[in-house]
Design a protein around this ligand. Structure first.
Ligand SMILES: NC(=O)c1ccc[n+]([C@@H]2O[C@H](COP(=O)([O-])OP(=O)(O)OC[C@H]3O[C@@H](n4cnc5c(N)ncnc54)[C@H](O)[C@@H]3O)[C@@H](O)[C@H]2O)c1
Length: 281
């Protein structure tokens, strides 16, 4: 594989583009508007300079890495990609429409992967031709992508062994650990993470304590690397809400989103990406 196409230059897309370019792949980064691509490239440059400061990269590596990334506003540019990783909003209809278009544009042996946090890979794969469904897989990265070691690899019902092995090989080359799991909504990580986040928002709504106190309790008392409300702001509260709504439809009321979370999303308080969530940035 030589060319990796990334759909969506947001939090996850720019991270996946960055680790792929560092590993030497040619990267095509697509978004719907130039301003989103520009924001993604700026974030990437900031992340690379942090790596230079930590002596994980040489300053001279940065232009070489950025030079590996081409931007595009036209899906047709994906025709020569060997692997495409989708990282657009967690909305089933939007993802399916996009996969159906890509299926027609991409070459026959191109693998299509989704970075969905929770949506069934088999369901997403139903938007492409039967032949492509064998080349469809879930590659679930974690935020921030350059720092987080794991990729959850999710096998759809008809994902081929070849697709699985090639995808694991790609993860190795970009220096990630993998777990291979079967396809159930929410996979292993998201299914548990959103329950913890949602319960923390209920605690806040119920007046149990402040944002800081709830986060500190979980961070220091349960030895989590960060509190659940900090994590929610990092993930994006809109993304968390989409996931909860989807898992409620799949598994029932234990995933019913806390009204406070829904209200914050309606008010545009989406976390870090909008400048305010449980904390101000
Ligand atoms: N944020 C996280 O912590 C996290 C972790 C793992 C997986 N994910 C998943 O990754 C995906 C992306 O999440 P994110 O946090 O990067 O979202 P984001 O909102 O930061 O970025 C999404 C990007 O997609 C672009 N976009 C919107 N519609 C598009 C379209 N039709 N075609 C191409 N691009 C389009 C947007 O302009 C935006 O730049 C979601 O499925 C999410 O569930 C997120």
């Amino acid at each position: 594989m030589q060319t990796i196409g990334i759909l969506g230059a947001g939090i996850m897309g720019n991270g996946i583009a960055q680790v792929s370019a560092i590993a030497g792949y040619n990267v095509l980064l697509y978004d719907i508007e130039q301003k989103f691509i520009d924001r993604g490239l700026t974030e990437m440059e900031k992340s690379l300079s942090r790596m230079v400061k930590k002596e994980k990269l040489l300053e001279t590596d940065v232009p070489k890495i950025m030079g590996k990334i081409k931007a595009s506003l036209d899906l047709k540019d994906f025709k020569d990609c060997d692997l495409i990783i989708e990282a657009i909003p967690e909305i089933i209809s939007l993802k399916k429409e996009t996969f159906a278009k890509l299926d027609i544009i991409c070459k026959k042996d191109c693998i299509i992967a989704s970075n969905t946090s929770a949506i069934s890979i088999t369901d997403l794969a139903s938007s492409v031709s039967a032949e492509r469904q064998t080349k469809f897989i879930g590659l679930h990265f974690f935020n921030p992508v350059p720092m987080m070691k794991l990729v959850e690899v999710i096998k759809g019902e008809v994902t081929s062994e070849d697709t699985l092995n090639t995808s694991i090989e790609y993860c190795k080359i970009i220096q990630k650990e993998t777990v291979v799991i079967n396809d159930l909504p929410g996979f292993a990580t998201t299914r548990l993470a959103v329950i913890i986040l949602n319960e923390a928002v209920f605690m806040l709504q119920d007046g149990l304590g402040s944002v800081e106190e709830i986060d500190k309790s979980i961070k220091l008392g349960l030895a989590h690397p960060m509190g659940p409300l900090t994590l929610g702001d990092l993930i994006g509260l809109d993304t968390a809400l989409h996931i909860l709504d989807y898992l409620r439809d799949e598994f029932g009321p234990k995933f019913q989103a806390c009204p406070l979370l829904r209200k914050m999303v309606r008010a545009g308080k989406l976390g870090r990406k909008s400048g305010e969530g449980f904390y101000k940035y």
